[in-house]
Design a protein around this ligand. Sequence first.
Ligand code: SF4
Length: 340
Amino acid sequence: MSTVTEQTITLHRPRATAPAAPKAERWSVDAIEALFKLPFPELLYRAQTVHRENFDPTKVEFATLLSVKTGGCSEDCGYCPQSAKYDTGVQASKLMELEEVLFAARRAKDAGATRFCMGAAWREPKDRDIEKVAELVRGVKDLGLETCATLGMLKDEHAQALADAGLDYYNHNLDTAPDFYGDIITTRDYQERLDTLARVRDVGVKVCSGGIVGMGENHRQRAGLIAELANLDPYPDSVPINNLVRVEGTPLANQEPLDPFEFVRTIAVARITMPTARVRLSAGRQQMGDAIQALCFLAGANSIFYGDKLLTTGNPDTDADVQLLARLGMGQSQQPAGKT
Ligand code: SF4
């Protein structure tokens, strides 16, 4: 599945034979690194200004993530407990049945979620997998929820089948900067990720793509990740920013934690460079604490994964999220998509 390659800021490698005109680069890595280096109050002021121009800063979108097929993945993403290459205690499971998924989706809706994301730990789905996931998408949509799926790399026909089923968003993260990527994943390259995003976009499904920070990347590489995302044409509709959750048994289990203010800076820079995107606080919230989460909202985060479990790692419980927003005088975005 992977949230998310050997190239620079220029993005979609042409998949057709005709040569593509070079795309204008909206944000250079230098410009983004300069944002990262701003004094903290200045950076937050700029991010907050952009945020208010595009969204109600008091509202946060709630999205729920369900692992519909867990573990046993053939990829080697160094942060991921679902890779079959690491001994993390995650049991591999089959794709969940429709009724089980709909039960979870109804619960998520009752708890206030507006978007329901389904994740499957595949390198890429097979034809028969896509048929089943399309059924899940139709069922969840019928409940009145927005749908999102993260299933790994997609072929053209698979992207089309998901679009035909009414899928709203497809998540495929870039994970990190191109020049750090090979330190984290060796079983697929960066360009394959960009190609999947292009396929999704081509069939009219909105793109959800972000990355993970705190994996040992340097300052410039964090800027490089944001530059890749911000220079996608157009930039993603949803941008999940994950703080590494260090899982025993993975190669990154002993990684030094990232300075929490650097995480807040990453949120702020994502907001400034992708003004109308939903910037989502994703993995790592449980370790972050309330004060850093509040700073992230101030920096322009306006979506959270809601529920007590992400794919396989913990998440704050739903009551804690509701209480935190109440303490901040904030509330849940009622509109499932777009501006609030
Ligand atoms: S190892 Fe598999 S499930 Fe985990 S992030 Fe990579 S592709 Fe996704």
